[in-house]
Design a protein around this ligand. Sequence first.
Ligand code: IPM
Ligand code: MG
Length: 368
Amino acid sequence: MANPSLLILAGDGIGPEVMDEVKKVIGWFGDKRGLEFDVSEDLVGGCAYDAHGTPLTDATMEKAQQVDAVLLGAVGGPKYDDLDFSVKPERGLLRLRKEMDLYANLRPAQCFDALADFSSLKRDVVAGLDIMIIRELTSGVYFGEPRGIHTEGNERVGINTQRYTESEIARVARSAFELARKRSNKVCSMEKANVMESGVLWRQVVTEVHEREYPDVELSHMYADAGAMQLCRWPKQFDVIVTDNLFGDLLSDAAAMLTGSLGMLPSASLGAPMANGRPKALYEPVHGSAPDIAGQGKANPIACVLSFAMALRYSFDKGDEATRLEDAVNTVLADGYRTPDLLGEEGKDPVTTKQMGDAIVAALDASL
Ligand code: IPM
Ligand code: MG
């Protein structure tokens, strides 16, 4: 049988340097675990714009549709701030999400024990935290029409539209309920049904899907602003949170900080199953391109490494190997390896991006 295929889109800023460490890890699984991947690489974001005048070429889009999984680093940077909206680096990522129809974005927020004192919240609030935010990723205000900036009378008006169809809500709700069944069987759905019609519909549809198909799962609803507050107050009350595209963007950054650093968190964006039964999938860190530290060896590669672990679990059915990789990350953290973002007040010497990657590979070796 052919090897599973992986398309690597390292992107901009710290993307390429964190991806270099992931490539080591991918190589390790090939050499030591017989898990060979056919890896190809291409451009997305600002670097694609520099080379081709577009943040994602049709050829790259086509490749992404064909492979078993896409692994993405990060896109964007100040150099591209003044570009027209249609060719901004972010549009490349949004096009991938939209055209691959990756509607369920899984963003785990897990607190590694070695970092529990590093969170801005107290240890007992975050220690052992393990929640999963499922963000709808292909619709809502990110894509709704009409949108744009136009002039009315003598002033400019900026417009975006929040729009959700019933089927868009139902399919992401199903993803949440399915996942909850494999975890603690609890879903909290967040919207603002108190002020938005799209939120009213969201709540209705989630409730209907629940009653019809998943009555065994515990379901609660929360307004998204209250949800943000509860996430900071007592995050361990949650298991799976399901929410729309924009609220999910905000809530997942907030949840990330509970765990100590945005540099730790991976994500999986999943669509409908392909002919081979695997979901269409793109894996990427939650963090951005961090242009301020790019190229200096300061970036934390863990979020990107853990994104590959999610690929092993959700695309390649290798949950055991995913756990092996997550355990290796746990080990290096327990051994005190810290990139600058994980240092806080500890006063230790930081390791470089490359040293962190090497330490993870060494921990993988030790796991055999
Ligand atoms: C994210 C990012 C993206 C988003 C940007 C880079 C387009 O913030 O993945 O959370 O807003 O979705
Ligand atoms: Mg974001």
